[in-house]
Ligand binder design. Sequence first.
Ligand code: COS
Length: 400
Amino acid sequence: MPGPDHLGWPFFTDRHRAQAREFASFAASALPPLLGAGEENLDATYACVSRIVRALGSAGLLRVCVPATYGGAGDCVDARSLCIARETLARASGLADFAFAMQGLGSVPVTLFGSEAQKRALLPGIADGTRIGAFALSEPDAGSDVGAIATTATRDGHGNGWRLDGVKTWISNAGLADSYIVFARTGEAPGNRGLSAFIVDADAPGLDASERIDVIAPHPLGTLRFTGCRVAGDRLLGAPGEGFKIAMATLDLFRSTVGAAALGIARRAFDEAVARARERHVFGKALATFQLTQAKLADMATAIDASALLVYRAAWTRDVVATRVTRESSMAKLYATESAQRVVDSAVQLWGGLGVVRGTTVERLYREVRALRIYEGTSEVLQLVIGADALRRASGTEPA
Ligand code: COS
C-alpha cells in the first residue's frame, strides 16, 4: 500500500508519518490472516474483532487511544493519530477500523473526564488490547435527540451506588466489551442537563447484553438491557448532570475520525476503480481511455482530497489550536462520509455487474460505507449543528 501523499501536508509531524507507516504495515501483513471468515456469521464476526483488538494491542497500535501516563503513546490523545489510524485501517478492512475505533470511543470519556483511579483502572487495558471498550448513548427513542434519553440512574439506597434501568441500542461491542460508558438520566434538570455518564462493567448484575443486531456490514452490535443494574458510586464519570457535555466532547473528537474512516474507504474504492478502468476493455479500448471515465475519476479524486483537507483541518485544530471543534469535526464527518458514499458508488458503477457480486471489494465497501452517514451524528444532525453555528457566528454569539 503506497504512503498517501497528503502526509506531506503541514498538518502532520514526523511522528504522524511514522505512525501511518506502522498502521499500513499492520494492515498489509498482520491483518489479512486475522480477518478469516469474519463475515460468515455473527459468532465469527465477534471472534474476529476480539482477535483484531488483541493483535492491535500486541503491536502497540492501540497506544494512540490513551495518554502516555496510562500506557498510551502521547501526552494526550491526539486527533491526527486517531484519524491516520482509522483512515489506514478502513482502507484495508471496515472491521479492523471498527475494532480500533471502539477502543478509542469506549475510553476517551474516561481520558477526558475520569478520576485518576478510573483512568488507572481502565486505560492501560485499552492500550494493550486486553480490555475491550464500548460507548452506550443511543436508545430506541433517543439517537439524534440525546436529551430524550430515558434510561434512568437512581441512587440505590446502599451507600453511594446507583441503580440503572432502561434500554440502550445500536451499541457497538455489545456483548463483547469488558465495560461500557453508559449515559443515563439522573434528573438534575430536564433534557440534556439531567444526564450523567457511568462506567459499567460487562458482568454488572442486572445487565443483559445478549441481544445482537445483524447489519449489512456485520460488526459486533447489539442492545443492552438494564434491570435494576447496580453500579458503584465510584463509577460515575465526571459530575452528576455532566453526561451531555461528556458525550458531545467525545463526539467532537470522534466525528473527525469517522470522516477519516470514510476517507480510507473512499481511497480504497478509488484504487479499485482505477485498476478496473485500466484493465477492462469495452468497445475495443480500455475503460480508462473514455472521457466519461476520466470525469468520474476526477470527481472521485477531488472529493477525496477535499475530505482529507476537512478531516485533517479538524484534527489539527483540535490538537494544535486546542479549541472546541464542534463545527470543524461536523463538517469533516458530513462531507467525508457523504462524498465517500458517492465515490464508492462510482467505483461500483465502473465495475459494472461485478461491482454487485458478493465478495468483490467494491461490493464490501458499498456495504461498509453506508452506516458512516448515520452513526455518531447523522448527516442531518450535522447540518443542524453547522447551520446553527453559522447563524451564531453571524450574530456574534459563537461559543468560546
Ligand atoms: N463540548 C462541551 N460542551 C458542549 C458541547 C461540546 N462539544 N456541545 C454542547 N455542549 C454544551 C453546550 O455548551 C451547552 O451548555 P450550556 O447549556 O451550559 O450552554 C449544552 O451542552 C447544550 O448544548 P446545545 O444547546 O448545543 O445542545 P443541543 O440540545 O442544541 O444539541 C444536538 C442538539 C442535536 C446537536 C445534539 O443532541 C447532538 O449532537 N445529537 C446527535 C447525537 C449523536 O451523535 N447521536 C448518535 C449516537 S452516538 S453513536
